[in-house]
Ligand binder design. Structure first.
Ligand code: ADP
Ligand code: ADP
Length: 231
């Protein structure tokens, strides 16, 4: 599904140049659930942003479902992203003035999905994350854990085949974190490929494959029982 070969990423700011990824190599197969760990500043978020077509890379090749991402123009890239990729951002990124229904609907509007189908999907996703009946609430009327579930529902609404999650449990207590993890596991069983950045070693151990990023490279990977598809 995803194949990165020798991907490098440089950030240039006024004074300093930072190399966030250095000849980064990774293959993610369809149906995998991968946890990405690594020290702060090691390049995890950069990797997710590039994988999700949110950021350009400086060198190397990135193939997504057989498509060479580097050869796409802006429109083609946006289309590919909207069709295939869902994001769960750190800190939720919910729009404060929109109620839950409207927040979840946003990516569906981008994709040109008709109102009736949007309603069906939003209701289904709210149900899936255990927030049915809260459609009219504003984000600030919810707990952190509930807001995180809304962010997940929003990612699910687009029915992405590939879900990228940046610390999806980062702001949650351990019980809520485990519930969110269970939800992600259900999605993965239903066929969604998931790459999740996490600092939580206990949650990382629940996924079949862990990779560690250190200094912009895949430093190590570990497979747990039942796992297939080593890199
Ligand atoms: P992580 O998610 O593992 O904490 P990041 O991918 O956010 O790491 O960052 C990797 C490196 O790239 C860090 O040194 C960070 O300071 C740098 N970096 C990330 N984003 C930018 C940016 N927009 N401009 C300049 N440097 C950046
Ligand atoms: P939009 O979401 O408005 O369609 P994009 O997020 O696709 O726009 O692109 C924003 C900017 O970042 C564009 O100028 C685009 O050239 C650049 N960009 C984003 N992703 C990539 C990528 N994978 N490769 C090259 N450039 C990219």
């Amino acid at each position: 599904m995803l194949h990165m070969q020798d991907i490098s990423k440089m950030y240039q700011t006024e004074m300093v140049q930072t190399q966030a990824l250095r000849e980064f190599n990774l293959t993610v197969n369809e149906g995998e659930f991968i946890a990405v760990t690594g020290p702060s500043g090691s390049g995890k978020t950069t990797f997710l942003n590039i994988a999700g077509l949110l950021e350009p890379y400086s060198a190397g090749q990135y193939m997504l479902d057989g498509v060479d991402v580097g050869k796409l123009n802006d429109n083609q890239r946006s289309d590919l992203r909207n069709q295939k990729i869902g994001f769960i951002f750190q800190g939720f990124n919910l729009i404060p003035d929109l109620n839950l229904f409207e927040n979840i609907e946003v990516p569906l509007r981008y994709r040109g999905i008709k109102a009736k189908e949007r309603k069906r999907r939003v209701e289904q996703c709210l149900e899936q994350v255990g927030l049915a009946g809260r459609a009219k609430h504003l984000p600030q009327q919810l707990s952190g854990g509930q807001q995180q579930r809304v962010a997940i529902a929003r990612a699910l609404a687009g029915e992405p085949r590939f879900l990228l999650a940046d610390e999806p449990t980062g702001n949650l207590d351990s019980l809520m974190a485990r519930q969110v993890m269970t939800l992600l596991e259900e999605l993965n069983r239903a066929g969604t490929t998931i790459v999740m950045v996490t600092h939580d070693a206990e949650l990382a151990r629940r996924t079949p494959r862990n990779i560690q990023i250190v200094d912009g490279q895949v430093a190590d990977f570990t497979l747990y029982q039942g796992a297939q598809n080593p890199r």
